[in-house]
Design a protein around this ligand. Structure first.
Ligand SMILES: Nc1ncnc2c1ncn2[C@@H]1O[C@H](COP(=O)(O)OP(=O)(O)OP(=O)(O)O)[C@@H](O)[C@H]1O
Ligand SMILES: [Mg+2]
Length: 291
């Protein structure tokens, strides 16, 4: 087994990757901007979108990565974002998660949380979870332990794995394991999972934080067709309870989750609608043919 300090390093590595952890959620039902006292239950999305981007611009050394981008994501919706390479899709996620600050524009989570004023860590705590393309799991730990660690990493791996879980915590792990379809691999080491199973485990780890919004960048890259179908089912099943924003290049996959599609091009929205609508949109056809 690894030494305690090696395990601590892994925990730190996960923390660096914008992860959210329950231990950091304070119990008070308050939101104080600029402090650590944020709680996703304070989100007010009662009169509008859960995510609200208006006229957002970002430039890198004069290059306009986002150009007056406006995007509205409703509570519980599943939205796919497509667009050619360099369209600004990842930059858009970076802006939502506080990794990149916009030069101009509004970025709100619900009605009251100005994401441009919040630290990355606080945005994650407030309920925006992000899945990166490379899974960040604990390879030497089991599926169950990975979910457990995602739940309460504050105590350190050692302490977490030797602390007795409450029945609610066990129920939540069971529930998430069922959602991601890994219940039969409960005791399997994470590094022995297939590529697809690792991706689902990471989605499960995000779910342990109970995020209101899940941002998923290119989830099916490198997956088999079967894994892609399962991922489509999984993401579709998460919508409703969570808002799910999926950036993906694979058009068959986007079609299979049959959601609203937003096409980005040169940092702004080129078209929005169903997959059929955007695929028949003349501007979209021109952009993709010109690639
Ligand atoms: N930190 C940065 N510094 C300089 N330029 C950047 C930076 N991040 C992104 N860019 C540029 O901004 C543009 C938009 O990049 P972004 O990664 O958002 O595109 P994307 O739509 O995610 O593309 P892909 O489909 O290839 O992932 C690209 O031209 C990219 O080179
Ligand atoms: Mg990208």
């Amino acid at each position: 087994m690894n030494s305690f300090s090696q395990m601590q390093d892994k925990v730190r590595d996960v923390l660096r990757r914008d992860r959210t952890f329950n231990h950091t959620i304070v119990e008070e039902n308050i939101f104080l901007q600029g402090t650590h006292s944020v709680h996703h239950n304070t989100l007010d999305a009662s009169h509008g979108p859960v995510l609200y981007l208006e006229d957002v611009s970002v430039s890198f050394d004069g290059f306009q990565a986002l150009n007056k981008l406006s995007l509205y994501i409703d509570d519980g919706e599943l939205r796919c974002i497509i667009g050619p390479n360099g369209a600004g899709k990842t930059t858009m996620m970076d802006v939502i998660t506080g990794k990149t600050r916009p030069d101009t524009g509004l970025v709100y989570f619900g009605q009251t949380m100005d994401l441009t004023q919040m630290a990355e860590h606080d945005i994650a705590i407030a309920g925006i979870g992000r899945k990166f393309q490379k899974p960040t799991i604990f390879p030497e730990h089991s599926v169950w332990e990975n979910l457990e660690l995602a739940m309460k990493t504050d105590k350190g791996v050692w302490h977490t794995l030797f602390t007795v879980l409450t029945s609610e915590q066990k129920d939540r792990i069971e529930e998430v394991m069922l959602i991601i379809g890994l219940q039969e691999l409960c005791y399997a080491r994470a590094d022995l999972l297939s590529h697809g199973q690792k991706q689902w485990l990471e989605i499960g780890m995000l779910l342990m934080q109970d995020p209101r919004v899940l941002l998923v960048d290119e989830p099916v890259a490198g997956m088999t067709h079967q894994e892609m179908d399962r991922t489509a089912e999984l993401l579709t099943s998460l919508a409703g309870k969570h808002s799910v924003v999926v950036v993906e290049h694979d058009m068959d996959f986007v079609r299979s989750i049959a959601s609203q599609v937003t096409v980005l091009h040169e940092g702004s929205v080129l078209a929005e609608g169903t997959m059929d609508e955007v695929q028949n949109n003349q501007k979209v056809i021109e952009v993709y043919l010109g690639e």
